[in-house]
Write a protein that binds this ligand. Structure first.
Ligand SMILES: *Cc1c(COP(=O)(O)O)cnc(C)c1O
Length: 444
């Protein structure tokens, strides 16, 4: 894609895209839910498929002219089942993103007020797993299981006990900020014992599963949701797998229950990403993610930082800032951003602070690994990050709630002149400049 038309027709948007491209090239993208899609994926998404209305499903559409669209959607479904080794499952590739896909499952299989069991949100659960501010939490009765207070890992015996006690209709596993592997087989077994449907939200780890470096929810789990834009490296969208017995309910919940016309240009992009995910190159890629994550974790720990669960088995890790100052996540995130390292602040298990002022930092190497970085670069990145964390995690947030925003603003205003940040930033730019970003080919 050359962006020639865009440059000519809309220099304002073109200019902003160019700035964003430069930001992505210059800095280190370490938010573990972000990743680069290939140029082939982006070309499919930017194609004329954007025109088509295709409400319904292949072979049964409410609009004409869908001969090739049907072929594309069927191919995407076929590749999805093959990539995940999900024989015997049905797949719906139309969900617009992860959040509506999760809501579609609840809508398909439950009545408002029914009980869902999921991981506590400040222990790593997602917004759509029962946040009181979300549609999920407002319409369904969520009961939560915790991580072990000491180890900070899942305690399957506790999940089993709580399941027996609350008899949920769905038991949800798969998380947004959990650095350890998940025993899907065990959770599915617990669900079966209490007559619940097992549901796995593998949004973060789906690439690791396809690449064979994380255990799979197939064939144990009844319903599996994944986004396609995280470790899987596809377009921003989602897919829903389910056992045949739930096929009609799930399909009806997605369309016409929650959505209208499917985004077939995106579905084509998912198909391309799935084809890529079945190559040996992708297997090497996810194996490298794990090596990079382990190296990064060791590097951070070697600099004296505490990680939640004391390490990682997957593509992400959480720095626990409580040994410095609870609530300092926002300062560290902003300081790292100024040094062109993108991470996100996050709650840590039993965080004493609220989600907007949490006590942790979540980061990981999937996007850097897509750029070709290896262990040596992770060592380097770990050292740079630790220097910033140790300097800025000490900063205390005001006790008084109404003074917090102003203190963050005042802090941010001074960052550009900070000499440590300037030094780290120049090293970040130097490191990043050696590794091209896949999918970005804007001239500048
Ligand atoms: C990212 C994520 C989602 C939501 O995906 P969106 O595409 O942002 O709506 C849902 N569940 C989990 C576990 C996630 O990590």
């Amino acid at each position: 894609m050359k962006y020639e038309a865009l440059k000519k027709e809309d220099p304002e948007i073109y200019g902003l895209i160019q700035k964003e491209a430069r930001r992505q090239k210059e800095g280190l993208e370490m938010i573990p839910s972000e990743n680069y899609a290939s140029s082939a994926v982006l070309e499919a998404m930017g194609s004329i498929l954007n025109v088509k209305y295709a409400e319904g499903y292949p072979g049964k559409r409410y609009y004409g002219g869908n001969i090739y669209i049907d072929e594309i959607e069927r191919l995407c479904q076929k590749r999805a089942l093959k990539a995940f080794g999900a024989e015997g499952y049905h797949v719906n590739v139309q969900p617009l993103s992860g959040s509506p896909a999760n809501l579609a499952v609840y809508f398909a299989l439950l009545t408002p007020g029914d009980t869902i069991m999921s991981l506590k949100l400040d222990h790593g659960g997602h917004l759509t797993h029962g946040s009181p501010t979300n549609f999920s939490g407002k319409n369904y009765n969520f009961v939560f299981y915790p991580v072990d207070p000491k180890l900070e890992t899942l305690d399957y015996d506790v999940i089993e006990k709580l399941a027996a006690e609350h008899k949920p209709k769905i038991i949800l596993s798969g998380y947004t900020a959990y650095p350890r592997s998940i025993d899907f087989e065990r959770i599915a077994k617990i669900a079966k014992q209490v007559g619940a449907i097992s549901m796995a939200d593998i949004s973060h780890i789906s690439g690791l599963i396809v690449g064979g470096v994380h255990s799979s929810p197939f064939p144990y789990t009844d319903v599996v949701m994944t986004t396609t834009h995280k470790t899987l490296r596809g377009p921003r969208a989602a897919m829903l797998f389910c056992r045949e017995e739930f096929k009609d309910q799930i399909d009806k919940a997605v369309f016409p229950g929650m959505q209208g016309g499917p985004h077939e240009h995106t579905i084509a992009g998912i198909a391309v990403a799935l084809r890529e995910a079945m190559t040996d190159g992708f297997k090497e890629y996810v194996a490298q993610i794990l090596k990079n994550a382990t190296t990064l974790a060791k590097s951070l720990q070697g600099q004296g930082l505490k990680l939640v669960t004391d390490g990682t088995d997957n593509h992400l890790m959480l720095i626990d800032l409580r040994p410095f100052a609870a609530g300092s996540g926002i300062f560290v995130e902003k300081a790292l951003e100024e040094a062109e390292i993108s991470v996100n602040k996050t709650t840590v298990p039993n965080d004493p602070m609220p989600p907007y002022y949490p006590s942790g930092i979540r980061l990981g190497p999937p996007a850097l690994t897509s750029r070709g970085m290896k262990e040596q670069e992770m060592e380097q990145a770990g050292k740079l990050i630790a220097r910033i964390v140790k300097e800025f995690a000490k900063i205390k947030l005001p006790e008084e709630k109404e003074k917090r925003a102003a203190s963050v603003k005042e802090f941010s205003a001074k960052l550009a002149d900070n000499s440590l940040i300037k030094e780290v930033k120049s090293q970040v730019i130097e490191l990043a400049s050696k590794f091209p970003v896949p999918g970005i080919d804007l001239p500048h």
